[in-house]
Design a protein around this ligand. Structure first.
Ligand code: SAH
Length: 373
């Protein structure tokens, strides 16, 4: 049998030609070189970074440390608008908001903001579409359109931070606290752009947003080469692995990339990540009625995880249009939780925020009901 070839995309020549470049595509050092290459003194890059990441300002006319006649031109060249808001839809009394963004080539992606009493989480997209083809996932059905650039990913995050700071969510101004790569796409299949975005989140002002790595969750189908590479980065984000079942036979169907890297290999890679970073990882498990929610599977999962530093996030399946699958019965969900807990495995059930706006988990948003961290 020939195994599917999965290459991490470190460089994306097609992409680079198409998407306008943004300072968020570059490292802080490179930004200074870019400014110089554009004919500005290097320190202008730091000034623009300060306006972008520290002040979250998208109005160059207020950038008073830059000569008035230079403001628009430097903004156009270093911080071109890469995402344009098409529409926002809210629910949960305005505390959940889904934003639909149009990219420069007309491609659409979504992000979801969720406000809780003590924190705000944004769920962002790393690709337009997805190539992983998981049959229960809405994004997977349409295939991969293209990778997003680091700038396009970062723009979603900065837009969310700005919305929080501007008090656009009920409850008044608040700081964006958490970022989850659980929107469209497989983040580890767009490796470099995702890592640049992670650094834009975690680098202190003015190079980045200054949000701690532990507040960032990277969710993956289990690309082992990507998890291993992430382990070497020396940056302790929260790793989430979409397992969905403890047996390879069913996982080959639910998460087709399992035929390339099986459960044992994926968990070994996650263990390696945990060992290096000291970070407990998450196991994502969408509960699908009569497909993966039997008590014997919970038992098997409990045995698989009992000696690992992992916690399980159960996600009631959000049925996609036309799918024959649906969420588990309440009693089966409760029994699944009970069995896992009997093994001492920490488990939470995600809430179903944003379901009415098609922003619930699996379409886009993912939010834990209880945060363990
Ligand atoms: N590609 C990454 C991130 C994408 S989605 C990954 O697979 O991890 C984030 C989570 O939502 C994943 O665990 C995914 O399997 C899950 N998900 C996808 N579709 C879903 C659905 N219809 N209902 C519930 N969860 C779903």
């Amino acid at each position: 049998m020939s195994l599917p070839e999965i290459k991490l995309v470190f460089d994306d020549p097609v992409q680079r030609k198409k998407v306008p470049k943004h300072l968020a595509d570059y490292s802080p050092e490179e930004r200074r070189d870019v400014a110089k290459a554009l004919g500005f003194p290097a320190f202008r890059a730091t000034q623009v970074s300060t306006h972008y990441f520290a002040h979250l300002s998208d109005d160059p006319q207020t950038w008073s440390d830059i000569p008035a006649q230079m403001r628009q031109s430097i903004a156009d060249q270093l911080t071109p608008k890469l995402i344009e808001l098409v529409r926002s839809v809210s629910c949960d009394a305005g505390t959940t908001r889904k934003d639909l963004w149009k990219l420069h080539d007309g491609v659409l992606v979504e992000s979801v903001l969720m406000r809780y009493t003590d924190r705000v989480t944004v769920c962002i997209s790393s690709q337009a579409g997805c190539g992983m083809n998981c049959p229960f996932c809405a994004t997977g059905q349409a295939g991969l359109t293209r990778n997003l650039s680091a700038g396009e990913i970062t723009e979603q995050i900065v837009a969310a931070a700005r919305a929080c700071a501007n008090g656009e969510l009920p409850g008044g101004p608040i700081r964006l606290s958490n970022i989850v790569f659980m929107g469209m796409g497989e983040p580890l299949a767009n490796y470099n752009a995702v890592m640049r975005s992670v650094r834009n989140i975690t680098d202190p002002n003015p190079d980045g947003l200054g949000i701690s790595a532990r507040s960032v969750t990277v969710s993956t189908v289990g690309l082992v080469n990507g998890i291993e590479k992430l382990t070497e980065e020396g940056i302790a984000v929260t790793l989430a692995v979409s397992l969905h079942t403890p047996d390879d036979e069913l996982r080959d169907t639910l998460v087709p990339i399992n035929s390339r890297w099986n459960i044992k290999e994926v968990l070994a890679a996650a263990d390696g990540y945990e060992k290096r970073t000291g970070r407990r990882y998450s196991i994502e498990y969408a509960l699908i009625r009569d497909i993966n929610d039997q008590s014997w599977r919970s038992d098997l999962l409990g045995r698989l995880l009992k000696n690992r530093n992992a916690h399980v996030n159960l996600i009631p399946l959000n049925p996609t249009p036309g799918s024959k699958w649906t969420a588990s019965r309440r009693e089966d969900e409760a029994e699944f939780v009970r069995i896992l807990e009997s093994y001492g495995v920490p488990v939470t059930v995600r809430d179903t925020r944003g379901r009415e706006i098609d922003g619930a988990c699996g379409q886009l948003a993912a939010a834990e009901k209880t945060r363990i961290d």
